[in-house]
Design a binder for this molecule. Structure first.
Ligand SMILES: [Fe+2]
Ligand SMILES: [Fe+2]
Length: 201
């Protein structure tokens, strides 16, 4: 399948169509990703497609995710295996993306979108690209999720975007990770240790 926004919508419905909440979340993330991409001079079409597809891995249950990752010899971390298997949905989404879309037509866009889907949970082995960061931010500040953070720092980020203020992508990422850590600590959870790599890189 050719990499287009129309086809991304079809694939989103194919995998998450039964779950209206997840479809709506993906559409809201795409709207924010579009705004961020426009502001940062990033490829808008790729940002929208990656955002629409970022959670398609959630169409599988934990066992199916594990089986698929093991079949594909995907690198798995302790946190994903023992603490929170759902954290694999980014890697799983990237595998589904590879199955559905044709790399030969636009190999650069293909690789960039695939990585953004894979990295949206907590980064990955490689340096996070600007596109990866846009999807990561959009996913974390979209309206419904935002309510999870009764937090002025996240609200400020959303406000900056809405008021069309100048934004610093890396600062956004840093604030989101700090808030995630703070919240995990309050709730006695461990946060995905991979996020520390995002800050270091
Ligand atoms: Fe996700
Ligand atoms: Fe998401």
């Amino acid at each position: 399948m050719k990499i287009t926004i129309e086809n991304a919508k079809k694939v989103l419905i194919k995998y998450l169509g039964k779950n209206t909440e997840k479809v709506n979340h993906s559409i809201r993330v795409a709207e924010i990703a579009k705004k961020l991409a426009e502001k940062c001079g990033e490829n808008v079409k790729e940002a929208v497609i990656a955002a629409l597809l970022h959670d398609i891995g959630k169409s599988m249950n934990e066992q199916e995710m594990l089986n698929l990752c093991l079949r594909r010899e995907t690198t798995l971390y302790d946190f994903e295996l023992y603490s929170y298997t759902m954290a694999l949905h980014g890697k799983v989404g990237a595998i589904i993306f590879k199955q559905e879309f044709d790399k030969s037509i636009d190999p650069i866009a293909f690789d960039r979108i695939k990585q953004a889907i894979s990295y949206h949970v907590a980064g990955g082995e490689e340096h996070m690209s600007k596109l990866d960061k846009i999807i990561y931010i959009a996913d974390n500040i979209e309206a419904k999720k935002q309510k999870r953070y009764e937090n002025k720092n996240i609200r400020n980020l959303v406000g900056k975007l809405e008021n069309n203020e100048k934004i610093d992508i890396d600062e956004f990422v840093k604030i989101i990770i700090e808030e995630k850590k703070k919240r995990a600590k309050q709730e006695g959870r461990t946060v995905n240790p991979l996020v520390d790599n995002i800050l270091e890189k």
